[in-house]
Design a protein around this ligand. Structure first.
Ligand code: KG4
Ligand code: ZN
Length: 350
């Protein structure tokens, strides 16, 4: 296919309802994101039933806005794309069903896109193509995954989290420290005023050269550091435990120490993956890629290894539909379209 290709893409895997219009895989004509963060904030995390309902309410509006902002019309759309996996099943269904309806009504192909693979592709949006092979680290509220990437559609999963995702650990630790939701940005800000040497939190690297991750241990370590170890006899001369007995500076110090431990693990694993894959490029993506300490560590690592680092701007790190439309272009060109009977999948087998 040599004709320019305009894709209208939808993303609804978690708590953002998004629509974008992307031409030829990299030229983003519009990218609209309706966030549900405020609605979920009072629960300290995403409530799946509320998310599904909010997607339903927002989906038509984001489609209209994305099309209007792109200056295009439904008649200009060559294909419709949507995230089909992985994610919250009720959330995925809304975007995928809307995409099926549009594809059928407009009589254009439907392209189903893997959300995490789209995060890997995101640095190419509004920018140069990625120089492969690459080692890609995608960290978000729902995923922590390392990939060997040979092309937009040619990825091998090298490792993923065995328990909590990195962003989930950030969100839970923020809650322990009584910082606002979402926890990632709050910890990032607090850490900038803290001393990372204050607490030596564990760096869980797992056995051998494993590229899997585990963040549940550090979350518990922070909890015990703040509240004390359950059942342990407390030295009466020691300061009383509990968040109410911590100063603002204590909180910043704990946030900085936690962040340093998480970023150390991510940096060490990314270095391992780069070496193992003979990568020319390092890719960082997902919401946690917005983290200032992780961005600095990845920049330093790329420098040390003489590799190119591709980190998307913030709007393409967080969930968005432009990355779905970008990757969908390559799938469309390769003939990887799907029928209207395609089903959403909450999880993807390794
Ligand atoms: O990719 P994303 O928008 O949604 C998911 O697919 O989960 O990522 C959201 C996650 C949240 O856990 C949030 O706390 C985290 O990304 N996050 C950050 C930062 N900004 C967002 N984590 C660390 N530092 C940040 N600056
Ligand atoms: Zn995501």
């Amino acid at each position: 296919m040599t004709e320019p290709s305009t894709i209208l893409a939808l993303e609804s895997s978690c708590d953002e309802t998004a629509c974008a219009v992307v031409v030829d895989g990299r030229d983003v004509r519009s990218s609209v994101v309706a966030s549900q963060i405020e609605m979920h904030a009072r629960y300290g995390g995403v409530v799946p039933e509320l998310a599904s309902r909010a997607h339903l309410e927002a989906v038509n509006t984001v489609i209209e806005q994305a099309l209007a902002q792109s200056g295009m019309h439904f008649g200009d759309v060559d294909a419709v794309a949507a995230t089909s996996e992985p994610g919250l099943i009720g959330s995925l269904l809304t975007g995928l069903t809307a995409a099926k309806t549009l594809a059928w009504t407009l009589d254009v192909p439907l392209v189903a896109v893997n959300h995490v693979h789209a995060h890997v592709y995101a640095p190419a949006l509004d920018d140069q193509p990625i120089d492969y092979p690459a080692a890609a680290l995608i960290c978000s509220g729902g995923h922590t995954a390392m990939y060997h990437v040979r092309g937009p559609m040619d990825l091998t999963l090298l490792g993923s989290t065995r328990d909590d995702a990195a962003g989930e650990a950030y969100d839970k630790v923020a809650s322990i420290l009584a910082l606002p939701y979402p926890g990632g940005p709050a910890i990032d800000r607090a850490a900038q005023r803290g001393n990372a040497q204050t607490v030596d939190f564990p760096r869980t690297l797992l056995k051998g050269q494993s590229l899997d991750f585990s963040f549940s241990g550090i979350k518990t370590a922070v909890l015990y550091h703040v509240n004390g170890v359950p059942g342990a006899v407390r030295d009466q001369s020691a300061r009383p435990r509990g968040i109410e007995n911590l100063s603002e500076q204590d909180v910043c110090d704990i946030a900085a120490s936690f962040q340093a431990a998480v970023v150390d693990v991510l940096r060490i694993k990314l270095r391992r993956a780069a070496t193992a894959t003979g990568a020319r490029t390092l890719i960082l993506g997902g919401g946690v890629a917005a983290n200032s300490a992780l961005r600095a560590a990845a920049t330093q690592l790329a420098d040390d290894l003489g590799l190119t680092l591709r980190m998307p701007p913030l709007k393409y790190c967080l969930d968005n539909a432009a990355m779905i439309g970008g990757l969908a272009f390559h799938l469309l060109r390769a003939g990887k379209t799907c029928g209207l009977d395609i089903e959403a999948r909450a999880t993807v087998r390794r």
